[in-house]
Each structure stands twice: as C-alpha cells, then as structure tokens.
Design a protein around this ligand. Structure first.
Ligand code: HEM
Length: 76
C-alpha cells in the first residue's frame, strides 16, 4: 500500500471532496482488513444489507465533514 494516497485534504469542489471522503472511508476498511480475498468475500454481504449501507454512508458523512472543514466549506 502506497503511503502517498492522501497527499492533501484540499479539493477543487465539494463533489471532489465527497469522492475523497469515500476514498478515506474505503482506505479505513483496507487498513483494517488488508486481505483483498477477505474483503471480496464480504462485499456481497454489505452490498445487499440496508443496515451495512447505512453504516457505510455514516462513515463517509463523518469523513466528508473533515474534508469540508479543511476546505473552509469551499467558500469563495
Ligand atoms: C467496492 C465503498 C466497506 C469490500 C466499493 C465501492 C465503494 C465502496 C464506493 C465501489 C463500488 C463500485 O464502484 O461499484 C465502501 C465504503 C465502505 C466500504 C465507503 C465503508 C466505510 C467495505 C467493506 C468491505 C468492502 C467492509 C468488505 C469487508 C469491497 C469490495 C469492493 C468494494 C471487495 C469491490 C472491489 C473494489 O471496487 O475495490 N466499496 N465500502 N467494502 N468494497 Fe466497499
């Protein structure tokens, strides 16, 4: 795993910031479970579980708050 996957929290737009929040969330999972095989095995479960998807959305929302604050909410 490269250690340069998060060079900056600054993004050009809120949408790019949201993509970064998703990336951060996924990386959290990747660091927690480094085995791609294990993740691939579990993917169908979380992809079809309403509760898991709500939990995923929550993690992304928390990370988005961090990214938005770092970008001063993209105010001009
Ligand atoms: C794919 C988000 C947790 C395993 C994806 C995709 C997203 C995503 C956006 C791409 C979907 C697509 O392009 O069709 C997240 C977020 C998570 C999370 C935000 C939690 C905060 C997990 C967990 C596992 C997992 C817990 C397994 C234990 C996978 C796998 C794929 C995938 C195997 C497909 C391969 C890939 O595109 O890398 N996930 N996911 N994810 N996720 Fe997750």
């Amino acid at each position: 795993m490269s250690d340069t996957w998060l060079p900056t929290l600054i993004t050009e737009s809120p949408e790019a910031g949201y993509q970064l929040a998703i990336k951060m969330s996924r990386m959290g999972v990747k660091y927690t479970q480094p085995s791609a095989e294990a993740r691939e095995k579990l993917r169908p479960k979380y992809a079809e579980s309403a509760d898991s998807l709500i939990a995923v959305s929550h993690v992304v929302a928390v990370n988005f708050q961090t990214v938005a604050a770092a970008n001063n909410y993209w105010k001009a």
